[in-house]
Write a protein that binds this ligand. Structure first.
Ligand SMILES: O=C(O)CCC(=O)C(=O)O
Length: 279
């Protein structure tokens, strides 16, 4: 018997999303907090259920000074996001921040989610550190497995940037019932083509919505790719931003659509778990 939930178990719920694309300031936490507040003011959030922020939005990849920039147990980022959630009555997938938990020598790249009441509902520290950005030299990899969380009754997942290259993680979330997976990123322009293909592939192979928020432009010594997007469970682009420029990528996530696609192309029923070496 399939361990995957049957179509009738998928919640038939809708959520209106805005994934924010803007430029993160390099190594300037105060300026980045100001920018987030400005983005919320500009975004016209009436009717929006979930706002999504990019990766490392408090500091960017200023890794040489990352200990100085790091949040402590997510603060001050969590208080700012919590206040915004209550002010605008939205859930916030709050991108990720450099974060110290217990040991000051261990800085994590931690993503988090708050609900409309401002309460923390989930946090995840990036497990796959990016060699191409020297993350393993400066950051500590997250030690916890990914889990699903619920927003307005919808089962969701959350991963960070380089995680996009690890389909196992997405399958894990889909098998745990996620019908929407948020991907928060600072993905470089040098590999933009991979970003576009991988987001679509992860949506198609798991028949779920992929909501991806990226930054853009030159930040430190990297250029980032923009192209934030929302992809539906059939792989269709719901909305996408350009390579450059601020944007609020907007879309409605529809549980009916997930159920319809999973019925039309029933890959979860066709899986042969006993035939795979590693799952
Ligand atoms: O995998 C890549 O090419 C980019 C990953 C990345 O930039 C990140 O995880 O921050």
């Amino acid at each position: 018997m399939s361990i995957f939930q049957t179509n009738k178990d998928i919640e038939v719920l809708m959520m209106n999303i805005k994934a924010l694309q803007y430029q993160v300031a390099f190594g300037d936490v105060e300026e980045n907090i100001t920018r987030v507040r400005e983005q919320f003011e500009r975004a016209e959030l009436k009717g929006t259920d979930v706002v999504v922020l990019p990766e490392m939005w408090t500091s960017g990849y200023d890794l040489e000074n990352i200990q100085k920039h790091a949040c402590q147990d997510l603060e001050p980022a969590k208080s700012v996001v919590s206040e915004l959630a209550q002010k605008y009555d939205v859930n916030i997938v709050a991108g990720s921040v450099a974060n110290i938990k217990d040991d000051p020598d261990e800085v994590y790249n931690t993503a988090f989610v708050v609900d409309r009441s401002g309460a923390l509902v989930y946090e995840y520290s990036k497990m796959h550190l990016v060699p191409m950005l020297n993350e393993p030299e400066y950051l500590t990899g997250g030690k916890d497995k990914v889990e699903t969380f619920t927003l307005d009754g919808n089962t969701c997942g959350l991963v960070i940037c380089y995680d996009l290259r690890f389909p196992e993680l997405f399958r894990d979330l889909a098998l745990k019932g996620a019908t929407s997976i948020f991907t928060v990123a600072e993905w470089p322009m040098a590999r933009k083509a991979h970003w576009e293909v991988l987001i679509k592939a992860r949506a198609i192979e798991n028949q779920c919505y992929l909501i991806a928020s990226n930054t853009y432009g030159e930040i430190g010594d990297q250029e980032f790719a923009g192209r934030s997007m929302i992809i539906d469970p059939f792989g269709k682009v719901v909305d996408e931003a350009a390579d450059h420029g601020d944007a609020a990528v907007t879309g409605q996530l529809d549980g009916n659509e997930v159920a319809r696609i999973r019925k039309e192309v029933p890959i979860f029923d066709s899986r042969k778990r006993e035939m795979y070496h590693f799952l």
